[in-house]
Write a protein that binds this ligand. Sequence first.
Ligand SMILES: Nc1ncnc2c1ncn2[C@@H]1O[C@H](COP(=O)(O)OP(=O)(O)OP(=O)(O)O)[C@@H](O)[C@H]1O
Ligand SMILES: [Mg+2]
Length: 286
Amino acid sequence: MSSAIAVRDLRKSYDGVEALRGISFEVTAGEVFGLLGPNGAGKTTAVEILEGYRNRDGGDASVLGYDPGDSPRAMRERIGVVLQHSEITPLLTVREAHLLFAGYYAKPRDVDEVLEVVGLMEKRDARVKTLSGGQKRRLDLGIALVGDPELVFLDEPTTGFDPAARRSAWEMILALRSLGKTILLTTHYLDEAQRLADRVAVIRAGRIIRLGTPAELIGDARSIEIRFLKNGEQVVIETKNPTQALNELTAEALATGYELEQLEVRRPTLEDVYLELVDEYDGDVE
Ligand SMILES: Nc1ncnc2c1ncn2[C@@H]1O[C@H](COP(=O)(O)OP(=O)(O)OP(=O)(O)O)[C@@H](O)[C@H]1O
Ligand SMILES: [Mg+2]
């Protein structure tokens, strides 16, 4: 399988702040890869180096076979970008902004089709400056897609989205994936990463502390939790063998005639695992 992105020992400092302390990873063509990590971990720095927006201090990087440090036009034609903070010309209308960006690409998608996909058809003639926060983010997404890129960088693409808009963005990202596009995504929504990403890397203070599929990360983690109320008190049982534990619990409850109130069986989520991981590395920054 070919890699769309390959990064080895990537380093970047800003005036003595080491934002990236040597990170390495590969993103396979057709994969959704998630970069996770706390504020200031280095995600945007990494993404913007790969997009050709920032220079690196050290290490190797290859994006679709190009060195992003040269920011080659041929690479830019094949990628789409949602920046964490973008300033799209406020006086253009939504449709005009899409047309402007479509003009940079050799084979752009149909602008109205993109407006439909990102849910901005009704706002197509509104000026960009009049859009709400979530609508601006949809605009960013539309502009990233208008060039029909094969590799898409999405830096917190759904921040500020309402729950329904987030779900439709997820569907859109999965649809891109099913078209064989490669996606590098950052997000603070762990449910989003769990739903979308084939693999994730957790970055902490400029280093990758864990890399794998969400299932792998969750699999290594703690056991399944069984919770219920007993005489009004919360009981939590952690077990690697929930079938057995539940069987014993329910058998005893039935035999003695009491109800396992608010019975819940809960598998750890990526968020649980992430919080443990980041916590574990706290105080271990330098
Ligand atoms: N232009 C800059 N000048 C100086 N320091 C910077 C600059 N950009 C980023 N940094 C610093 O580099 C570190 C990594 O920042 P970065 O934006 O890559 O983090 P992030 O993981 O994207 O965080 P967030 O989740 O908040 O977006 C931070 O300590 C930040 O303060
Ligand atoms: Mg960021």
